[in-house]
Ligand binder design. Sequence first.
Ligand SMILES: Cc1ncc(COP(=O)(O)O)c(C=O)c1O
Length: 404
Amino acid sequence: MPPTLAAPDRDHDNGPVDLTALTPPQLQARRTMKWTTYPPDVLALWVAEMDYPTAEPVMAAIRAAVAAETFGYPMNPAASGLPEAYAGWALRRYGMTVDPADVHVVADVMHGVRLALEYFTAPDDPVIITTPVYMPFFDIVDLARRPQVHVPMATGPDGRAALDLDRIDAAFAAGARTLLLCSPYNPLGRAFSPAELAALAEVVDRHGGRVVSDEIHAPLVHDDRPHVPYASVSAAAAAHTLTVVAASKAWNLPGLKCAQVLTSSPADRATWAAIPVWDLVGVSTLGMEASTAAYRDGEPWLTEVLTQLAANRETLRGRVAGWPGVRLGSTEATYLAWLDLTELGLTEEPAALLLREARVALSGGVPFRAPEHRFARLNYATTPTILDAALDRIEGALARLSPP
Ligand SMILES: Cc1ncc(COP(=O)(O)O)c(C=O)c1O
């Protein structure tokens, strides 16, 4: 039986948010995927939900919408205030001018990606997917009935994951027409630099190709790096890109169903306008209200979350450094850490082993199309107490694997 729905005590309504307080039973009481998929003794560090109280401006918008019984069909997105709210956010946060008329509202990011592929590429156009990557990319390209070409991510001279421009170039030369970009990159934790993105844009432009850029993790870029919207790196990039964003990852609202597709050329804006309305349904009224509030008034909460995530990263780095045979990938963006356990020479999936031996749920590497038995993804957007407990458990399980 899933736990009953219970409102947690919210003692932060008028003060700073306590990001350290929620407990596993309180998180289970949310009745969402992260804490209800595994038995209650398992610490859930897998799917990309955060274990923090929701931003108060977002809660206020949702409460107001509930009080006003905003339960009918969503209003015309163009009139909802959401496009302006996103444009304001993009200007303040990324220094990018976005015309609200280029902000289109869809139910979620993966549906936005699917529409971008279906309406902006031709049926036989192969789509390049870099690997390992957020696993629904493979399914969504299939659902859009486009062939897919996989290009493994490279390791740059500095040891960080990098786009393999030579192989992307070769894939376009061999007939690919579109690249599905994940920027910032889940699961490899990269926030691409302007130079990296400009170099990619040059390759794509040379082949007359297209990019669909999933930038859902854009607000979650760390250590004073900027997020660089791919469409902002050149006029050519703007002309060949559809960008898909949402407030749902950074403000933890994926169940409210609201994302945004950004066009960045007059031709693409016109193509979008011709999409039949039945392909655009699925957005929720509460999602629109919550996303508008997040973009408008959610920055102070996000700043606190980013500070907590920085502390958690420090903890994680320190602990993983003490685990022989385990390496941590880049942590420039997202709250998802990629663990490379290759040197342990395991004969099963690390996530399966740690679920059994440590009672910690991570995401396995194989669905991301990483080689088997070597990788797992750890979600560190949790409380310090839960993170410490999970890392203790993992450390214990690893120590039992290879006693000193
Ligand atoms: C890169 C990426 N894209 C999309 C999503 C999911 O977005 P949505 O639920 O809006 O489809 C996620 C969720 O973790 C993600 O990491």
